[in-house]
Write a protein that binds this ligand. Structure first.
Ligand code: ZN
Length: 187
């Protein structure tokens, strides 16, 4: 981003498959805002309590303190005096998340949202498609396919289970490219 909006809020979305570095990028942007002496706060949904309950943690173990919320509307009440609000694992939030992000941006807050664009079936995940449409800035990151080394946009589940959400991940998922991704057979 070379030209930032003046006297305005906006929505940045960071998306991609698992292991594409979304959370790492979110943490990087939040840290830079902190260095710039901005008031920042980071949220994650209650569902995701892996590694650490009070922090957002990337796969490479970089972490930042965060507030865990059960509903997207809870984010609004923490937004007073904030310059930058980060939201991780946005695919797990309820249907109010798009409206919440727009309301925050209307309050001249920079909103940085990270989340999976597709689930293990390769289907759009939660309200990420709507968030991507509403974003002013959109980055889709790619992982590396563990089979062939190509850029990877899919999240392959390596165990048989038809629940959309399985927490515990690293050993149950891997990044795959379009050619190596295999649709689950049991659903
Ligand atoms: Zn591949």
């Amino acid at each position: 981003m070379t030209l930032s909006p003046k006297n305005s809020g906006w929505i940045e979305v960071i998306t991609g498959s698992m292991f594409s570095g979304k959370t790492e990028e979110l943490i990087r942007r939040m840290r830079r805002a902190e260095i710039a002496k901005m008031n920042t706060v980071l949220f994650k949904p209650f569902i995701d309590n892996r590694y650490s309950s009070k922090h957002v943690v990337s796969h490479n173990k970089s972490k930042l303190e965060s507030i865990m919320v059960k509903t997207s509307n809870e984010i609004i009440k923490y937004s007073n005096e904030m310059d930058v609000i980060g939201i991780d694992e946005a695919q797990f939030f309820d249907n109010q998340i798009v409206d919440v992000c727009k309301r925050l941006a209307d309050k001249k807050i920079r909103v940085i949202v990270a989340g999976l664009d597709t689930d293990y079936r390769g289907k759009p995940f939660g309200f990420m498609p709507q968030l991507m449409c509403e974003s002013d800035y959109l980055d889709k990151l790619r992982a590396i396919c563990v089979i062939c080394g190509n850029p990877a946009s899919y999240t392959q589940r390596t165990i048989s289970n038809s629940k959309q959400v399985l927490i515990g991940e690293t050993d149950m998922y891997e990044a795959r490219c379009r050619n190596c991704f295999e649709l689950p057979v049991n659903d």
